[in-house]
Design a protein. Structure first.
Lengths: 306, 230
């Protein structure tokens, strides 16, 4: 299985960029550095994961095909409320490590009843504020768009596939959003929130799973584009897609930028709040008018009860 | 050693036909299905995950826990379901055989659960279980130094042979199951049951190591095949 291929002069490397490797496979002799997913033993660089090789500046890394999410400071994640305790929420963040959301991250100094705000089963969009030495993640809601999701569905994928789902500068995710008219929020822990038309939610779910399954193949963005067009518009456009060299470089997609869903979420929230406010105003007005009536004719108490 | 043919038509250093498939279970983090001779084994791996058994957790690394279980219908006479002395032992030695290969330093206070279910048994299930379990561990994306592989050798009719079948195991004189990391040659499990002279033991060990290397190739092919498309 090992391809013996001297690269860069005399330095020995046995694999090429994006080769599929398995644990224990020898990647290179000395002279190279081992990054994530690789280790050095007896002067040889070996892989410790099943994944794809990434070689840059003599640093060998293996990008895993499957992995669990390990919380990292600054990540944005989607979590589910597992338990409500005295002053914290216990959160399930799709990881071997649970997260906690302290009440003061939400209310500040104010004291409120916790389960009135978020109850067990609620799904929240959070930021990892701090990770302690036992990897317990302290979560916060500071940041735009953070908070509780209303409606929609949750799709889960492997956290390592998240950069692929987002695409270069959000190319993939924006394309899906455009076509399906769904709101999509991707957490770095591999949970994806999708809200839109019911059929579109299902289609988006299917497509996300396809991306997860075929993340290690090249030319995926175009494939997904074609499928979206076929399923939504029913036809493939004749026009020649502009043939820019599609660089589906899985490796370069390591650090996804936050997508621009916050404004949408905020706008929606605002609308809802406004609606609520208006409702309250109406109620208030009605009450007032009720009162005024009741005050006018005192014996008619029944009117208030109505 | 002269060329002779064993009861089931194999040469002394011939393995039974093996089939391994990775990633067969939808809901497990990693899984594998293995057939060797008449053995049918299914392995599921869950984790690294948070564990509710606090006393087992280590503050600086992840831990592995194995459960080997034989289905009641896996043998000719119905086996009483549930753990027994034999399966407890195999559970322990499987965990011990796999542990040296794991690199769980990045997952402190977590636990990896391995469930080995023997659906059909025909001799050599502990080695087959280890072989399948390490494929499932790789499929689960757990960092490992090497893919552990298991294989047995033994003595039948005063001759040292590889990969004993159930009949050979019962009628034979000795059984030496081993597990190893093929890249470095480190042996992680070595058991010996029966009567062997020192020389015979050395022969059996060498034969089992060769067998492990052959099985290791099949393991690797099974893993690469799963993602070879595209």
């Amino acid at each position: 299985m090992i391809i013996f291929k001297p690269l860069r002069g005399v330095k020995m490397i046995y694999v090429e960029n994006k080769d599929l490797v398995i644990p224990g496979e020898v990647l290179a002799d000395d002279d190279f550095y081992s990054g994530r997913g690789a280790f050095k033993e007896n002067g040889k660089i070996c892989s410790s994961l099943m994944g794809l090789v990434s070689l840059r500046n003599k640093k060998l890394r293996v990008i895993p095909l499957k992995s669990k999410y390990v919380p990292k400071k600054g990540d944005v994640v989607i979590g589910k409320v597992k338990d409500v305790r005295f002053s914290i929420w216990d959160m399930d963040i799709n990881s071997p490590y649970s997260g906690i959301l302290p009440a003061f991250e939400v209310f500040g100094r104010e004291k409120k009843e916790l389960n009135r705000v978020f109850d067990v089963g609620d799904v929240l969009f959070l930021r990892v504020v701090e990770v302690d030495e036992v990897k317990k993640a302290k979560l916060g809601l500071k940041g735009r768009g953070m908070g509780k999701f209303r409606g929609g569905i949750i799709v889960d994928i492997a956290p390592t596939k998240v950069p692929r789902l987002i695409g270069k500068k959000g190319s993939m995710i924006n394309m899906i959003k455009d076509k399906t008219q769904c709101k999509i929020v991707v957490g770095q822990n591999g949970l994806v929130w999708v809200k839109g038309d019911e059929d579109m939610e299902q289609l988006t779910k299917d497509i996300i799973h396809t991306i997860e399954k075929e993340a290690h193949t090249s030319g995926l963005t175009n494939k997904i584009k074609e499928r979206l067009l076929l399923e939504i518009d029913g036809v493939l456009p004749e026009e020649e897609p502009e043939e820019e060299p599609v660089q589906d470089d899985y490796v370069e997609l390591e650090k996804p930028k936050l997508q621009d869903f916050k404004e949408e979420l905020e706008a929606e929230e605002k609308k809802e709040q406004e609606a609520k406010f208006m409702e309250k105003m109406e109620e208030f007005k009605n009450k007032n008018s009720d009162k005024s009536i009741s005050l006018d004719d005192k014996p008619k108490n029944s009117l208030i009860l109505k | 050693m002269s060329e002779f043919i064993r009861g089931d038509g194999r040469k002394y250093d011939e393995l039974r036909p093996i089939k391994i498939e990775a990633g067969v279970l939808e809901r497990a983090d990693g899984s594998a299905y293995l057939e060797v001779g008449g053995n049918k084994i299914l392995v599921a791996v869950y984790g690294p995950r948070e564990s509710y058994i606090r006393r087992l957790l280590e503050p600086n690394t992840g831990v592995i826990r194995c459960r080997y279980n034989m289905a009641p219908f896996s043998v000719d006479d119905r086996k009483r379901p549930g753990p027994d002395r034999r399966s407890s032992e195999i559970s322990k030695i499987t965990a011990d055989a796999l542990r040296p290969a794991l690199m769980l330093e990045n997952y402190p206070r977590s636990m990896v659960d391995v469930f080995i279910e023997v659906i059909e048994a025909e001799g050599g299930t502990r080695c087959a279980g280890i072989t399948a379990a390490s494929v499932a561990l790789v499929d689960a994306g757990i960092p490992m130094k090497d893919i552990v592989v298991g294989c047995a050798a033994g003595k039948v009719d005063d001759r040292v042979v590889l990969d004993l079948s159930e009949k050979e195991d019962k009628e034979g004189q000795a059984d030496v199951p081993i597990a190893m990391m093929p890249r470095t040659g480190e042996i992680t499990l070595l058991q010996s049951d029966g009567d062997l002279s020192e020389e015979e033991f050395q022969q059996a060990l060498a034969l089992a190591v060769e067998g492990c290397k052959k099985v290791s190739k099949i393991q690797k092919d099974a893993l690469k095949r799963k993602y070879a498309t595209g």
